[in-house]
Design a binder for this molecule. Structure first.
Ligand code: ADP
Ligand code: MG
Length: 442
């Protein structure tokens, strides 16, 4: 039988060479013991949920790389908590949680991109997940639509379910809460409704702003809140606004929300958005090297308001590319997003923008580009402009020809020249790279 412990030791020793001593002693070396090896997966014992999350978040991919490179096999790795083993649960059973009411597995801390826009919300949520009922109760997460509140909330739920095997976690949307409550009154079984919240350890209630509709529902929620809170059960609330800005909400409730910790999520910046798009591509199990870097930049540039739009734009592009069985180029991305582009951005780039961009890059005038002059230093910018109009605006040769007052064969020649030169000319590659990206926000 293969000596899996020895193999794992080898993996760790390689990682040790590539991280700082501090990281190694604090994060990596605690995961030294192989619990078992099943179905091509190392089950590794780790001392704490915190350690586990660090490993999963920051080192999972590195570990897999080291494994496949040095052990010559694409083994997986899973981290299990020492306490789970002492209770004699096999890692498989740990997977099947008895009380996972409506918590969505896909939303985890691991696939949550962190940046300045959400760092405080993220770290606080992680702390709450590590020590439910202790650090921030209630935790109140607020921010605009599609910015990751619900994701974070499920991440907390999943984390807790992963680290303590019999936690009772309930996720519920506020609309659902109201609906169930109203039905219970209609069916005269209100106590059944109230009882269903009694034995919960973690209550995740999403979009609390909708509770503004009914006074009775608010009262009922208030009672449930009080009861759970008195028992130190963790409550997490999300909302689209601060507690004091909630409309038609009982003061009793809003003041309870303010007892705990308020965290907000704002809008991700360009770099964050690039990272999010990349993360989503990874999640789609597509190698993001196969999605053109230009495409990633383009999507991140344009869909700047929220993460949900960013995600659906990406999905649309990937869908097109799969359907048409074509490479995911900028041209294809433009085509597929045409109909959902935010209004201002359709207008944002036209052929004049391209001429201006190119002329300022080469420090010549747009008239020079459009002129009939055959001076050498004008030819490259002219051809580049033609190329960009074709790539970015999907203009036809004829349309481009009419802009330059030339026939379509000279346009074709120009574009072809650029395409050929691009293969070998580093300066040209750099120029195109720069010129392709427009600042859509300005
Ligand atoms: P909200 O509840 O604030 O309206 P969601 O949590 O539903 O937003 O997020 C919308 C989508 O964007 C989800 O698919 C979610 O996974 C994704 N998302 C939001 N923020 C992030 C992030 N920081 N990292 C990765 N994905 C995110
Ligand atoms: Mg939401």
């Amino acid at each position: 039988m293969a000596d899996y412990q020895k193999m794992w030791d080898e993996v760790l020793s390689i990682i040790e060479k590539n991280v700082t001593e501090k990281t190694y002693t604090e994060t990596i070396s605690p995961a030294k013991k192989v619990h078992s090896f099943e179905e091509n997966c190392f089950n590794i014992v780790v001392p704490s949920a915190f350690n586990k999350s660090r490993l999963e978040k920051f080192f999972y991919e590195t570990i897999l790389e080291v494994i496949s490179e040095h052990l010559k096999n694409p083994y997986d790795v899973k981290f299990i908590l020492a306490e789970e083993i002492h209770n004699d649960i096999s890692p498989k059973e740990v997977e099947s949680k008895p009380y996972r009411r409506a918590v969505k597995k896909v939303y985890s801390f691991n696939n949550y991109v962190v940046g300045n826009f959400n760092r405080f919300a993220y770290t606080t949520s992680l702390k709450v997940a590590e020590q439910p009922g202790i650090v921030a109760n209630p935790l109140y997460i607020f921010g605009g639509v599609g910015l990751g509140k619900t994701h974070l909330m499920h991440a907390i739920g999943n984390y807790i379910l992963d680290s303590s095997k019999d936690a009772k976690v309930l996720y519920i949307k506020t609309e659902k809460f109201i609906e169930k409550f109203v039905n219970s009154i209609r069916n005269k079984d209100k106590s059944l409704f109230s009882d269903s919240f009694k034995d919960i350890d973690i209550l995740l209630i999403d979009d609390i702003q909708f509770l503004s509709k009914g006074e009775e529902s608010q009262l009922e929620f208030f009672k449930i809140f009080e009861e759970l809170h008195n028992k130190n059960k963790q409550i997490v609330v999300t909302s689209d606004r601060k507690p004091n800005e909630l409309k038609n909400m009982m003061d009793r409730l809003t003041s309870r929300f303010e007892w705990g910790v308020l965290v907000d999520i704002s809008v991700p910046d360009y770099e964050n958005r690039i990272e999010i798009v990349k993360k989503k591509i990874q999640a789609e199990k597509i190698d993001f090297k196969s999605v053109n870097e230009d495409v990633i930049k383009y999507i991140a540039k344009i869909f700047s308001n929220n993460v949900r739009e960013l995600e659906s734009a990406l999905r649309r592009v990937l869908f097109y590319s799969t359907m048409l069985n074509e490479e995911c180029t900028l041209k294809l991305a433009k085509e597929s997003l045409k109909s959902i582009l935010p209004e201002k951005d359709i207008k944002a780039v036209n052929y004049k923008d391209i001429l201006e961009n190119v002329s300022s890059y080469y420090k010549i005038s747009t008239d020079d580009i459009l002129s009939k002059s055959r001076k050498k230093y004008l030819i490259t910018p002219r051809y580049i402009s033609m190329y960009l109009m074709s790539e970015l605006l999907s203009l036809t040769l004829k349309e481009i020809g009419s802009i330059f007052n030339r026939d379509h064969t000279s346009v074709m020649h120009g574009i072809k020249t650029i395409k050929l030169d691009l293969k070998v000319d580093k300066d040209l590659q750099k120029a195109i790279e720069t010129l392709k990206v427009f600042d859509f926000n300005s």
